[in-house]
Ligand binder design. Structure first.
Ligand SMILES: [Zn+2]
Ligand SMILES: [Zn+2]
Length: 448
């Protein structure tokens, strides 16, 4: 009897290896077998989020799971610019003969958001942030979905080793939300200490797309982001004696309006640019003209040359308006382009992205695959491509209850976005689709 079962298993494995439809059925069956426990994993992670730079428990859970699946795991990968910070990056490697090296990436961190979903597994975590203030913490970007999808994918691929060849590298990246985690792991020799990938793949969940669907965006998909701090210095005095002052508030107002001409008048309209002044602080009282005003900006662009030109324009316009206002040379505005709060654009290598889209269509059905327009949001995934030297792509995983998407379209009421205290992915179909899509991608890129 036992021999017969063995023969049957062999026959099924053989058939699964030869017939794509059967292989898919068996992947569905494998996911169905594990989905309940994966949903539990997701809920556990969701209830225990950790802030960027503090992903200690999340990373060790992730590492242990991968180790038990047979991966060679290294913890605490990464070096931050501030050496006192520990990096909780995890790298898991599975070698399976000669073939391409594929890196899959998940983020590990959560956000300082006070969850308001009222779900039974909602986070109640409070902790101290870098500044020592108490904050609530929530997986409001869905990185818990990404971690769980990766664990599910890792399990499928460890069981399907006869279907692929090459080296699989799984990266648990810390500190994505503060955009210094990808650089930290690269600085610590991600591509020297571990096999350097031929392809880099990630997924990100979506707060607009239905669970069960995936999206792809060839080419530029997300913008670069640069934080800019401007200190406009004037000469303060009495609010009733403006003639004795150089009013930095009026200068700041002129600067803010003039900065809007960068996108509208200086830039080729088909090169997307955003210049947003997100914060302005100055003054203490109605009748005092202050000494200075502080502005905080974010700049978004796709192409590096456009980003550089926009930054130069910000400097020129700000200084020019200060000079026009008669601010003396020793009080010119101080403009700082952040070297830490900066990230490159996410460029989805078109050929690789189209190849993935074809795999998705085959695996999930064409009706569940959508081409999505690029956005001006940012993330640090682009660094892992080493400035587009390694083909990389980040695809979108639908995470919302389809009934909610339908209602939102009908009523015109927007759904809670990523980073919202109300963001609540629908775990089971989202994980099922994420694991199926990611496993299929690896089987395509590493097929025998
Ligand atoms: Zn986020
Ligand atoms: Zn995110």
């Amino acid at each position: 009897m036992r021999n017969r079962i063995c023969l049957l298993v062999l026959l099924l494995t053989f058939l699964a290896g030869t017939d794509p439809a059967l292989a898919q059925q068996s992947l569905d069956a494998m996911i169905a077998r594990d989905i309940a426990s994966l949903v539990e994993t997701y809920k556990t992670l969701h209830a225990a989020p950790e802030l960027s730079h503090y992903e200690e428990k999340t990373s060790s859970f992730f590492a242990n799971q991968l180790q038990s699946l047979g991966y060679t795991v290294t913890e605490r990968v990464g070096k931050y610019e501030r050496p006192e910070w520990t990096s909780y990056g995890v790298v898991a490697v599975m070698k399976n003969g000669a073939g391409p090296t594929v890196l899959l990436r998940t983020e590990l961190d959560a956000l300082p958001v006070d969850e308001k979903t009222n779900l039974p597994y909602a986070s109640k975590v409070k902790t101290k942030n870098d500044a020592g203030q108490e904050v609530s913490v929530m997986h409001a970007c869905g990185h818990d979905i990404h971690i769980t999808s990766m664990l599910g994918t890792a399990k499928m691929l460890s069981e399907l080793k006869s279907e692929w060849r090459g080296t699989l590298v799984l990266l648990g990246q810390p500190a994505e939300e503060v955009i210094d985690g990808a650089r930290a792991v690269l600085r610590d020799g991600l591509y020297e200490r571990f096999p350097k990938p031929d392809f880099v793949i990630a997924l990100h969940d979506s707060a607009d797309l239905e669970a069960g669907k995936v999206g792809f965006t060839p080419g530029y998909a997300m913008a670069s982001s640069t934080s800019v701090d401007i200190k406009i210095r004037g000469l303060g005095g009495h609010g009733a004696r403006p003639e004795t002052t150089k009013d930095p508030i009026v200068v700041a107002a002129q600067v803010i309006l003039a900065l809007q001409t960068i996108a509208s008048r200086e830039n080729w309209p088909l090169d997307p640019v955003v210049v947003t002044v997100g914060s302005i602080h100055g003054g203490t009282k109605h009748n005092i003209i202050p000494e200075e005003v502080d502005l905080q900006l974010t700049v978004r662009a796709y192409k590096e040359e456009v980003r550089k030109r926009v930054l130069a324009s910000i400097e020129r316009i700000t200084k020019g308006i200060a000079i026009a206002a008669g601010i003396p040379d020793d009080r010119v505005p101080i403009i700082k382009f952040s070297e830490t709060q900066v990230t490159s654009a996410t460029y989805n290598e078109p050929q690789l992205t189209e190849r993935l889209a074809a795999v998705f269509a085959k695996t999930l059905g064409q009706e569940n695959v959508v081409k999505l327009p690029p956005v001006m949001m940012s993330e640090d995934f682009g660094y892992l491509s080493l400035d587009q030297k390694i083909p990389a792509t980040l695809f979108t995983l639908g995470a919302v209850d389809p009934a909610k998407v339908k209602r939102s379209k009908e009523t015109g009421t927007p759904l809670p976005s990523l980073h919202s205290a109300l963001f609540a992915p629908l775990p089971e179909p989202t994980l099922r689709t994420g694991i199926k899509a990611m496993t299929a991608v690896v089987l395509e890129l590493m097929k025998k």
